[in-house]
Design a protein around this ligand. Structure first.
Ligand SMILES: Nc1ncnc2c1ncn2[C@@H]1O[C@H](COP(=O)(O)OP(=O)(O)OP(=O)(O)O)[C@@H](O)[C@H]1O
Ligand SMILES: [Mg+2]
Length: 530
């Protein structure tokens, strides 16, 4: 028969060591708690020193409001805080801390020396080893501030020490923590001494953009600046357009009311919004700051306070996604030097290709998609082609001008007036009529177009003719046909799907011209389909 074990209460120091695990997971967690305390104390100068990636020493000193001699030991007691009075205060927080647990947790698993002093009154110096007070002395100082040294982290809980990851990952976590405070508190100066390296100084700045430059250690001129607001929820973000696989994590920051947090769903919203700018499966640097009405934000989700809950999470997600989408640069696409990635992004961005290419006829719309104003995707005999509209137009006009006969002239129901003053163009009226344009001049300032060639009647003629006439006015000597086709600005003309189909039609029987239609790379399509 087994002996029934007796139930006994745990001694306080053991409770403290166990509970410390909830708050202090690694050196970076201590650093986070200490800097938060300094900021909560209103400091605008924070000095930080780290030795052996935080295992030997984490020292943080500040010029905040400090503590007086009597209060100092209380700060290290469990559930002791000056920041919260009643539960409801949790939803109107203006401080990082509220649990009154951080200092107690760290004091139980390290050796701490803390000196603190208020602006007036007596300050004190307290030494605690593994939760046991070693000394507490009073001293006078006329500057307010607090300095805490945490040495020999986990010295009395060797098992915890084993869970410390590689030097690199601890270092990365520490720098991510440091960078998050540097970014979100631009008006606070930070002085950082990391191991044997030089002291890094971050002087106070007016805005986060300057800090971003320092933190990301690269120019952020090309960063996308995002601003948005919806129902009291605000977003400010800066997102880097360059992307890569992996490693970007250290440069991705989410803040809710200045508090760094992690949230996979919001990260995915950023990825989704940046599709087309960031490559598939890649991501880039971002710093995203949410300003949430305090009563809509729950920070009391986990003792480490690195998770938050939004009461209106759908607002937050759509705010993130739509604000970034609105601000991101529209990709400019060039037919001639488009690479696979460009195409893939373009296609992904503009439509999902669920259509069956084989079964549709030429005149039905699933065969033609508009990608940008100038580029269309066209299915010919089951194969997709990218259509360059300005070149297609040029080829179409060329073809038509060769075959035009008078009977194909289409009179316009209402003659189109154009504000073109009397000049060289008037000498061309006769020549123009041979091409199907019947034009006359009712007064010195206007010309009237009464009919146009049939092949133009369904195209955006008003737009095309204005450009054409402007060109003729300037360079009438250059032969009519050349003038018509060398209108650079034709690129600005918008064509409808119908007009593109119309212009494509004459070429379908002799398909094969690659000047305006380029077959899409099979590999790219394969990746899109599957
Ligand atoms: N740098 C500091 N300057 C002035 N007072 C401080 C400083 N650090 C801690 N304190 C005081 O000690 C108290 C306890 O700090 P601690 O970090 O343990 O708890 P907290 O900040 O109140 O809550 P949390 O556990 O959520 O961080 C604080 O409420 C504050 O009054
Ligand atoms: Mg705190």
């Amino acid at each position: 028969m087994e002996i029934t074990p007796r139930i006994k209460e745990l001694p306080n120091h053991l409770i403290d060591q166990i509970k410390a695990g909830e708050v202090i997971e690694k050196p970076a967690s201590i650093l986070k708690e200490l800097i938060e305390n300094s900021l909560d104390a209103g400091a605008d100068k924070v000095h930080i020193q780290i030795e052996n990636n935080g295992l030997d020493l984490i020292a943080v000193s500040d010029n905040g409001h400090g503590m007086n001699y009597e209060d100092l030991p209380k700060a290290f007691g469990r559930h002791a805080t000056s920041k919260l009075n009643k539960f409801e205060d949790l939803y109107q927080l203006s401080s990082f801390g509220f649990r009154g647990e951080a200092l107690a947790s760290m004091s139980s698993i390290s050796r701490i020396t803390c000196s603190s002093s208020p602006k007036s009154g007596h300050g004190g110096k307290l030494v605690i080893h593994g939760g046991q007070q070693v000394s507490h002395i009073e001293f006078e100082n006329n500057e307010s501030g607090t300095a805490i040294n945490i040495r020999d982290l986990f010295y009395n809980t060797p098992v915890r020490l084993k869970f410390i990851k590689s030097k690199t990952s601890e270092k990365n976590a520490i720098w991510k923590t440091l960078n998050s405070f540097i970014l979100s508190n631009p008006k606070v100066s930070f002085f950082i001494k990391y191991g044997s390296g030089d002291k890094a100084i971050y002087p106070a700045k007016d805005n986060i953009k300057e800090r971003l430059k320092q933190v990301f250690k690269k120019n952020n001129e090309d960063f996308i600046v995002v601003n948005g607001e919806y129902e009291g929820h605000k977003i400010f973000a800066m997102v880097g357009p360059k992307s890569g696989r992996g490693s970007s994590k250290n440069n991705q920051f989410l803040f809710a009311n200045k508090r760094l947090f992690s949230d996979k769903a919001i990260h995915s919203a950023v990825l989704k919004a940046m599709e087309g700018v960031w490559g598939p499966g890649e991501s880039g640097a971002y710093c995203l700051m949410l300003d949430i009405p305090p009563s809509y934000l729950d920070v009391n989700v986990h003792p480490r306070k690195t998770e938050v809950r939004f009461f209106k999470s759908s607002i937050v997600f759509s705010l993130v996604r739509s604000s970034i989408e609105k601000s991101k640069p529209k990709k400019t696409f060039s037919f001639d030097n488009a690479d696979k990635g460009d195409l893939e992004n373009l296609l992904n961005e503009n439509f999902s290709m669920k259509n069956n290419w084989e079964s549709e006829g030429v005149n039905s719309s699933p065969n033609l998609f508009s990608i940008t104003e100038s580029f269309f995707l066209f299915n010919h005999n089951g194969r997709p082609y990218l259509i360059n509209a300005p070149i297609l137009f040029e080829k179409y006009i060329n073809l038509k001008m060769r075959e035009v006969v008078e009977s194909e002239i289409v009179p316009l129901l209402i003659a189109e007036p154009y504000p073109i003053a009397y000049g060289p163009i008037d000498n061309l009226f006769e020549e123009l009529s041979a091409f199907g344009f019947i034009i006359n001049r009712p007064d010195k300032e206007t010309i009237l177009v009464k009919s146009v060639p049939d092949y133009l009647s369904e195209l955006p003629i008003r737009n095309i003719l204005s450009l054409f006439f402007t060109y003729l006015e300037k360079a009438p000597k250059k032969g009519l046909k050349d003038s018509f086709l060398s209108i650079d600005n034709i690129k600005m003309t918008k064509f409808s799907l119908q007009q593109i189909l119309l212009m494509l039609k004459p070429f379908l029987s002799t398909w094969g011209s690659s000047e305006f239609a380029k077959p899409l790379n099979d590999e790219v399509l394969h990746r899109i389909y599957h």
